[in-house]
Ligand binder design. Structure first.
Ligand code: NAI
Ligand code: MG
Length: 362
């Protein structure tokens, strides 16, 4: 891959976002050092409730100009519901990034890691290892609709699903390409064309059409209801799964939940063309209940950094960082693992262990 400098905007946000971010950056710096990758970090204090309290807004008016030149945004978490209502903090920051930077792919790995207790009986590492590709800009989450006769017996509410050919095709192309890059070359499409009889058959039709460009991919489709059951019962059948905004949203929480603690799960919001920065973040939120206690598990944040390296083609470095995380989990030292994983360790102890592991490769 190119040796160009990766420019990363670091936005820790709120709560434990500010506690796990330093370890994310340190592990990325360590990996960059070992693999000779040039990364430049710039820190921003906006997109946080503290910023809101000082300035009356989550972000400065020129946030877009400030961020647009970066390759990536490395994001912690946002939200402090006792200070600012969640809809204000989330819509005023993270959701603006996703929409205005056209991050139309939401990507999440679901991987059962060694040393992590799986909530599904009898599953071992290797049994669960798949990707969820969620359409992130349209579908069921549209702003088309309205209310009539509000407050009367005739009250009516309507919200329309929007599927555009451009929007559906681009997410499918991304999913087929991802499946093509994987050894199993298998793609599963989430549908519900037996119940939702206009948009979902359209989705299915675009899937079949796109499949013609990827004859080497094993394609199947399941209705969303039985698909969720298979996540729990037979997760080993999956490789890459693609879904509309709503179905993808549900699957992308269920998937990581099937592999243990959400504190270790990462997520990427990607603009594949690189016209805008892509955003890499842990799945978890700001966890106000454990803030300030040095108990937050930094793995979700660090793993999100691993996805960043992967996205920009630094495959060898990304594989090594994932391996480092795996080795620390496999060792399962109680003094290192954080309490959410049954240990007695701290954010610092776990972050340092992974940083040391990656530096030991130098
Ligand atoms: P949360 O993910 O912050 O916490 C849920 C539970 O998991 C809590 O008990 C917390 O202590 C635990 N937890 C989460 N991350 C952990 C970690 N790294 N290590 C150890 N334990 C961890 O979700 P919650 O409580 O629903 O939301 C709290 C705030 O975060 C809200 O303001 C919410 O809007 C926001 N939020 C932000 C997200 C984002 O920035 N992408 C995503 C989810 C929630
Ligand atoms: Mg969700």
């Amino acid at each position: 891959m190119s040796s160009k400098t990766l420019r990363v905007a670091v936005i820790p946000g709120d709560g434990i976002g500010t506690e796990v971010m330093p370890w994310g950056v340190k592990c990325l710096q360590a990996t960059a050092k070992v693999f000779n990758i040039s990364i430049e970090f710039e820190h921003f204090d906006f997109a946080s409730c503290e910023y809101y309290q000082k300035h009356g807004d989550m972000m400065p008016a020129n946030w877009k100009e400030q961020l647009i030149g970066f390759d990536a945004i490395y994001f912690g978490a946002v939200g402090m519901p006792n200070l600012v209502p969640d809809d204000v903090s989330l819509w005023g920051s993270l959701l603006k990034f996703r929409r205005e930077f056209d991050q139309y792919v939401n990507l999440r790995p679901c991987r059962l890691m060694p040393g992590v207790k799986c909530p599904l009986a009898g599953k071992k590492p290797g049994d669960i290892d798949f990707w969820i590709v969620r359409e992130n800009t349209e579908g069921e989450y549209s702003s088309i609709g309205g209310k009539m006769f509000e407050g009367t017996d005739r009250e009516v509410v309507i919200q329309e699903t929007v599927m555009s050919r451009v929007g559906v095709d681009r997410i499918l192309r991304y999913a087929f390409e991802l499946a093509k890059s994987r050894p199993r070359k298998r793609l599963t499409s989430a549908t519900k064309s037996n119940g939702i009889s206009i948009t979902m058959p359209y989705w299915d039709g675009r899937v079949s059409e796109m499949h013609k460009n990827y004859p080497e991919i094993n394609l199947d489709k399941y209705h969303i209801d039985i698909l969720t059951a298979h996540f729990v019962g037979r997760p080993e059948i999956f490789d890459v799964i693609v879904g509309s905004n709503l179905f993808g949203d549900i699957l992308s929480d269920l998937g990581p939940a099937c592999t243990g603690t959400i504190a270790i799960a990462p997520s990427a919001n990607i603009n594949p063309e690189g016209k805008f920065p892509s955003l890499f973040e842990p799945v978890h939120g700001s966890a106000p209940d454990i803030v300030g206690k040095n108990l937050a598990n930094p793995i979700g944040m660090i793993w999100a950094g691993q996805m960043l390296l992967q996205h920009f083609g630094h495959t060898e470095a990304a594989d090594a960082l994932l391996k480092a995380i795996e080795r620390i989990l496999e060792r399962s030292e109680a003094s290192v693992l954080t309490p959410d994983m049954g240990g007695m360790g701290t954010t610092q102890a776990l972050g340092e262990a992974i940083e040391r592991e990656i530096l030991s490769l130098a």
